[in-house]
Design a protein around this ligand. Sequence first.
Ligand SMILES: [Zn+2]
Length: 351
Amino acid sequence: MEIAMSIPSAEEQLKFITNIQRILDEGSFVATYKFALLMSLADYAIKSGNDSADHCQLTTHDIAESFVEYYWRQAIPYAHHKGTVRVLKQGTGLQPVVISRIIELHQQFQGSLAAVRKNHRVWRTLLSKVASTIGQMPLWKLQMVGRTFIPFLYDQHGSGNLINLKHGVVFCFRRFYDLIRNLVQSTWIRHVRMLNVEIIGESDLAEFLFGSERSVLPGLRAMLRDIQANECFYCNTQLREGGDIDHFVPWSRYPLDLGHNFVLAHATCNRSKRAFLAAPCHLENWCKRNQLHGNILRQEFDTLRINHNLEATEKIVVWLYSQAEVSGASLWLRKDDVTPIDLSWRNILVV
Ligand SMILES: [Zn+2]
C-alpha cells in the first residue's frame, strides 16, 4: 500500500476540522446522541486504526460499546445543592431510549459497568439495542447542518448499520483527537446545561459528565502497593502516605480507565507529572510491570470489577507517543524535570 497517498493534504485536514465545527455549531440536537456518536467514531479511529488507514469499514456494533461508556458515567444521578437528585436529561422531552436503558442497568448492577459486561446476555442485548438505535437515529443525521448534507465522514447507504469511513477520516480523528474531544465536550456540556437548567446552575458540569472515575478504588490501591513494594512508581522511594492512584496515560490526554493504566505514586510526583506523558524509563517500567505481574493484575482487576484490556491499552499508549513524537513534546522524567521525546520509546513498545 502507498502510505504517502493516503495522508490527507493540509487543506483537507483543515476542511475536516471546519466540518466538525459546523456539525457542532449548526447541527440540530434533539438528543445528545450525536455527540456520543462523534466521540465513539473518534475513539474507534484511535483503538482500531492506524495513521495510514485509508477507507475503513465498521458497523454500529463496533462503536456501541464506546457509546455505552460515554453514557454510563453520565447516568449517575446529579445532586443539586438545593436537594434535587436526578439523572440529567439528555434530550428534549422523555429521556432518550438508550439512556433510559442504561439508567435501569445502572441501578440493577449498582453502577458497575464491569458487572454488566460479565452478564453476557444482558450485555449483548444492550449492545444490540444501542447499535440499532445508532443506525436509526444519529448515524444518518450527524452530517446534516441545517438543510445541507455534508457527507465528509462516511457515505450514507440508506438506513443501515454499515459505516464506511471516508479517505483521511481515520487519520484526521487520530491527529486531532484532543481538539475534537474538547469541541464535542464543550458543546455537549452546553446542551446538557440547557436541557437541565433548573437543577444545574453554575456548578462544575464538566467534571461530572467527563471527569475521571477513579474515585472509590481502595482495593486497587492495596494491590498496587503490594506490586510496587510500597514504593512510588516513578521515583522508587517509599510511599509514606497512601499514595495517589495515578493514570499512567494522563486522563486529560485520553480518558483511559482500563486497569493497566493505573499506578501508585507520591502525591507530589503525581501533581508534577500532570498532563505529561512519562519518559521512556517509566514506560519501560510500566511494560515490565504489566508483563511480570500480568496474572495478578488480571485476577485482581476481575475481582475489583475494573475493566481491563492490555492490548487496547497498549494501542492507545502507542498512539499517544507517536502523536507526541510528531509534535515534539516533552516527556516527564521526575519532579521539575522533563526531557524532549526521542525515538527510544519505539524500542520499548512494538509500533
Ligand atoms: Zn514519587
